[in-house]
Design a protein around this ligand. Structure first.
Ligand code: NAD
Length: 242
């Protein structure tokens, strides 16, 4: 199938793109940084896979529409969409500015909506497709100094459930993955104090790797997951014992 992975120039998105390519899919690599997208695409190509790199801000409708048209011209319309692009920002609620709040929701929530809007019609027309939304365990339990991030990730879980109800009988399965702490540049930037305290409270005692998340996405896009609809899988080292 043809897969579009957003924010795939780094971390979890790069691992998802590499895994989907290894699974035999042709992968369109999106990132805000075209250079980062190209680096992931080059790794996939070097490993014998097929990939193309596309720079676009997922919250920008014109850029996303142009990107989806370019992907469709080069490979065909995406049949798998992984809404992964995102960023972290930690601040006390009283210190979060309206501009920071808006940007958090623009990239994570609006970006999800814009990318899904640009790709879903072709999936519906074909009667087949997979959408996997990367949420976070912090959207389920709430994170300290992360009201805007937790709110945006909780929104993604709600959108996943609602869209799944609307399109699953038309052949498009929509699910989410809500990772716990994963070793990526986003988490490496957090303080050592936070990381060691967090590690100590995890039942597994360690953070996950991007490949752990990629495995969950690969599963959701496979026929093994035929009955998974509107679900949120949690590769989280036991951080959320729901
Ligand atoms: P990362 O910083 O390693 O990678 C994120 C990528 O997204 C970067 O390459 C960045 O350039 C890109 N990006 C950011 N804004 C973008 C935009 N507007 N348009 C296109 N690309 C954009 O971070 P990561 O840890 O790999 O995070 C990936 C996703 O996983 C995010 O949605 C994040 O919230 C989520 N997540 C991460 C963790 C974790 O512990 N690392 C846990 C739960 C959820």
């Amino acid at each position: 199938m043809i897969a579009l992975v957003t924010g795939a120039g780094s971390g979890i998105g790069a691992a998802i793109a590499e895994r989907l390519a290894a699974d035999g899919h042709r992968v369109a690599i999106n990132d805000l940084s075209l250079d980062a997208a190209r680096a992931t695409a080059a790794k996939i190509t070097a490993a014998g896979g097929t990939a193309g790199a596309y720079g676009a801000d997922v919250s920008n409708e014109a850029e996303v529409n142009a990107m989806v048209k370019a992907i469709t011209d080069e490979f065909g319309a995406p049949e798998i969409l992984v809404n992964n692009a995102g960023f972290g920002h930690q601040a006390l609620f009283v210190d979060i500015t309206p501009a920071q709040f808006d940007r958090m929701f623009a990239v994570h929530v609006r970006g999800n909506y814009i990318c899904t809007r640009a790709t879903l019609p072709a999936m519906l027309q074909k009667g087949e497709g997979h959408i996997v939304n990367i949420a976070s365990q912090l959207g389920q339990v709430g994170g300290v100094e992360l009201v805007h991030y937790s709110g945006a990730k909780a929104a993604i879980i709600g959108m996943t459930k609602a869209l799944a109800r609307e399109v699953s009988d038309k052949g498009v399965r929509v699910n989410a993955v809500a990772p716990g702490p994963i070793n990526t540049p986003l988490v490496e930037a957090l303080s050592e104090d936070w990381k060691s305290a967090k590690r100590a409270e995890l039942p597994l005692g360690r953070f996950g790797s991007p490949a752990d998340v990629a495995g969950a996405v690969s599963f959701l896009c496979s026929s093994d997951a035929a009955l998974f609809v509107g679900q949120t899988l949690g590769p989280n080292s036991g951080d959320v014992m729901l």
